[in-house]
Design a protein around this ligand. Sequence first.
Ligand code: AQP
Length: 339
Amino acid sequence: SQTIFSGIQPTGIPHLGNYLGALRKWIFLQRDSPPDTNLIFCLVDLHALTLPQAPAQLLQWKRESLATLLAIGLDPGRCTVFEQSRVPAHTELMWLLSCGASMGMLNRMTQWKSKSGEAVKEATSVPALKLGLFSYPVLQAADILVHSATHVPVGEDQVQHLELTRTLAASFNHHYGPTFPIPQTILSPAKRIMSLRHPTTKMSKSAPDPKSRILLTDSPSTIQSKLASAVTDSIGGITYSPAERPGVSNLIEIYAHMSDRSDFDAVAAEFQDAGMNMKGLKEKVGEAVVVGLEPVRRVYERVVGESGYLDEIARKGAEKAKESAEGTLERVKRAVGLL
Ligand code: AQP
């Protein structure tokens, strides 16, 4: 049987990029997978600590992120939904994998290069670079491998980390005998939703400008106003051309994904034929997003205040995840000679 694993950092309320690139796929997998498929979804709170976090803020984001996962339709009866830090097997396996992970490989990770920013380019700033941020992909590999996952649905920005996970798994299997399945990446059609303010960079929770992203819990008027201020261009007409018109193309993609369409050129042609201007395009995209997110927001508002219910989900999820992880960890410990 298959095991599907994926995670999200509780570093803010998930945005439309997280949703279209990953979270919505989780719901489709929950709906369409055979009943014997293990579905495991994780709030990777230890990953969140790789950048500075205020403790009270992190705690609040964890709770809001869990509420969002329930709001999009994850069913804790069908899936394992849990917080990473409650399952110590993740960090234990991370150590064991770290002992076989090469610094050279980690140094090539683009997320490390971008999140460590200028500091990584200047040897003088090396003391400011944090080990946790550097070894982030090894913890991610442990998250996946400790559950013997066979499939991992993620957005495009995580593809390189998944490649590293496969390398670490294959190398471990080579040295110690078959232990881990080699997990496959599942990419959703919305591989990379772009920022509304800087459409050549991906939509991100941590970008400083809140208008650059649409949160899954934004009100209809907030959604419309963020789209109204989306950066486009002054070229006439509406065409789909990501290289020349990143802003407009991103809006067309968002509209298409929210309306279950896959032919971006055809969508653009329809808008063009209807004589739509930029303002009209933004309003149309806004309507599709508002309609698609309305049910999410409704459930979110109901569950986010129910702390007892959320705590119970997190507790039960951790129990299930521990069971799933401990078997693998024991096999790994035997394989390396610790047991
Ligand atoms: N813009 C995006 N388009 C498509 N998919 C995306 N994902 C993230 N941004 C986009 C996918 O969402 C899942 C969860 O991501 P994450 O929170 O674990 O980390 P991230 O990729 O670093 O996302 P953010 O929003 O940019 O967070 P910060 O700013 O905190 O780093 C992953 O499957 C990811 O691919």
